[in-house]
Design a protein around this ligand. Sequence first.
Ligand code: CTP
Length: 398
Amino acid sequence: MNSKSVTIIIGGGIAAYKSLELIRLLKKSGVRVRAVLTRAGAEFVTPLSLSALTCEPVYQNLFDLDNEAQMGHIQLSRSADLIIVAPATADLMAKMASGLANDLASTLLLATDTPVLIAPAMNVRMWKHPATMRNLAILKADGIALIGPDEGDMACGEFGFGRMKEPEAIFVAAQAALGAPGPLTGKHILITSGPTHEPIDPVRYIANRSSGRQGAAIANALVRLGASVSYITGPVSVPTPAGVTEIKVETALQMFDAVKAALPADAAIFVAAVADWRVDCADTKKIKKNAGKLPSFSFCENPDILANICALPKQTRPALVIGFAAETDNVLDNARAKKKRKKCDWLITNDVSGDVMGGANNQITLLRDEGEENWPLMSKDEMATRLATQLTKAITSS
Ligand code: CTP
């Protein structure tokens, strides 16, 4: 992205500190970054930090002679390939939606014909307020791209939607908006992720501890490399990776249908912890407690999605199929047998007897026909990046 240029507008919110990391990521990828700091933004990050990170002057005032002499605000609004507003506060969104131009940031946003990406950040009630929702609808209709916000704990102690997306996710969205090609551009990759929920009756289901974190991390890493990713996920609370096509499912049968519908693909990665069984004829009414009498259920087996995809004829089978093996004992022996049984090209195995499921780290062994590789304990993000690099080599060299 060496020839690209981004103007980032930093509004006044506690999330402003995350924009420093976003600038770092953009700079690292070769993008020229100019920062515009609002008066409220300057309460959270300093012009000095921004100037040090961007290696450029920081633009703060509409009527600042120095700023205007360096680059007039009209030129500043036109010279970038993308304008990012992060954090986009409720106030900035309101100004944009109503076309106000009473400071440098709002004037620049009104004067621009450059694509704009906003990453909102605010208290959950401010986000849900009808005024903000109205402004959001106007901004969307005006063609403004949106990323986030996420749901989670807020700096003010409340919980809900309003957290700014993580810098990494905004960076991915920015890359996509800038049309940056990557080594996987033009490749379609399918990922299953998260648990499946198998209903017992309308209010109960069988589930497992999968958080979907590893699958989301892999999807993120592949999007970063330019892949078009079909992300088929069971019920999870991890944020949807930016830039994927998300297909939400509940049960193993739905996941299987979604996988078949998403084909053809250049590669498929089966990270999901699919329930092996479902309750035969789940009840359509809530099963009532019946004093002293325990219910009993009969089960039937779910289709093995991975094995079915591996068994497809060569023309429809993805060139590279990767399975995961969640084991608690005889990890390697079980994994080797699983790879043979399911006929996948690569199998990633991990010991899930600890806190891997739902945790932030993973320690895996990669089984391939050429040999086995033991990877050290690392974060799920790092593991995803490493896997994406190996996958890129495999599907772009053939
Ligand atoms: N898998 C699948 N469909 C299923 C079960 C598993 O696609 N019905 C996939 C998983 O996504 C994973 C791999 O198969 O990539 C192995 O899953 P795992 O749960 O480790 O193995 P199982 O096949 O369920 O075998 P077991 O429970 O006996 O270990």
